[in-house]
Write a protein that binds this ligand. Sequence first.
Ligand SMILES: [Zn+2]
Length: 427
Amino acid sequence: MRQIAEHLLKEYSTGLDYAGIKGKRLASRIQEIANIGITDNFGSCRIGFSAEERQAKELVKHWMSDAGLEVKEDHAGNVFGRLNGKQPSLPVIMSGSHLDTVPNGGHFDGVLGVLTALEVVEAWKATNVQPNRSFEVVIFSDEEGSRFNTGLTGSQAMMGYLNTLPEKDYEGKSFEEVLENNGLSGDTFFADKRDPSEIAIFVEVHIEQGKQLEKHDKPVGIVTGISGLFGLEICFSGQAGHAGNTPMGDRQDALVAASEFIFVNSTLPQKVSSSAVSTVGQVHVFPNGTNVIPGEVRLSVDIRDIDKNSLEQLAGLVIEEAIRISKAHHVKVKWEKTLDVAPVPVQARMQELQAKVLKEHNISPLYMPSGAGHDAMIMGKQLPIAMFFVRSKDGISHNPQEWTSLNDCVTAAHVLKRFVEKLEGAL
Ligand SMILES: [Zn+2]
């Protein structure tokens, strides 16, 4: 769909235009960003550190200046638009997201977080409000990580968690060359660590990329935290043999053991918490022949939860079951930890304030963890964070079909604005 703004505005309730927030402005900005890197099937392609991501940043910088913000870019390509508050020496409230996409992504992921933060500034400008604290709209570089198969590059560089990136990108271009094409340099890329004491809180609005809000018929919900992730590689090894000549009772079939494990794994999360999940997403079978009993199976397990204890408990259960099943099938099992990322919770007092704001907008609060990583996850390692999810049609994301109605986008902007205003008294 090329006429995004037109389609957004067709279903828009103009009654949501109040307190300086304007649906038409938001819709036309979503359209203008979508026009940059539009794909043959009308998706978005703005890979991190591409000409398209750069062009989108420059466009938003221009809007930031027009809105009266002081615009700066750091050496990692993160863009900050600052509105000085009445007390400019106080730590700032920061809000934003990213403008890069996956290769054939949608028009709302990241974009909505940047544009709703900017809409808050536009609304204050229209109603002659100067906040007490300074407010910064941020665009983080390369959140999706499609170029170097990484992710959260800008926020990690800003918070000092990143010192290197892979040497070559997916096209074989060197890190240095990629940066130079983007007006940046490898020499200074990791040098601009921001002092966390300058930032009071980071607030991110993001599309849900799931179906919970849609299922409960709510435009906006409260993120309780960003799930931690425990990654495992499990290897079952038995004995390869001829599929015709080995009787069933004499087999050590690694794939049969792995199959039972895959099923049992899916029943484990509910034993530890309602938010935990565990996924086998990759399976390699060796030798992988039609007439050979599988001798070895290597599989990945991706375990996530918002609570550190239940995450650890679930990882323990997964390993226990792998051992039990391997014994029952007379095969060996080995495992290796591939990832161990701690969950980042949102403080209860922030969630309470978010709930108050939602109720003001006649939305009963729905709480949910974020299974996917976001820039807020990086910011939340050292700083208070808050995150609002906005309803995604059919839960579709990273896809040209990604859609959030303008009513929901504008409601999110109102909610963000009120939350930031109410934060003044809570920090
Ligand atoms: Zn995103």
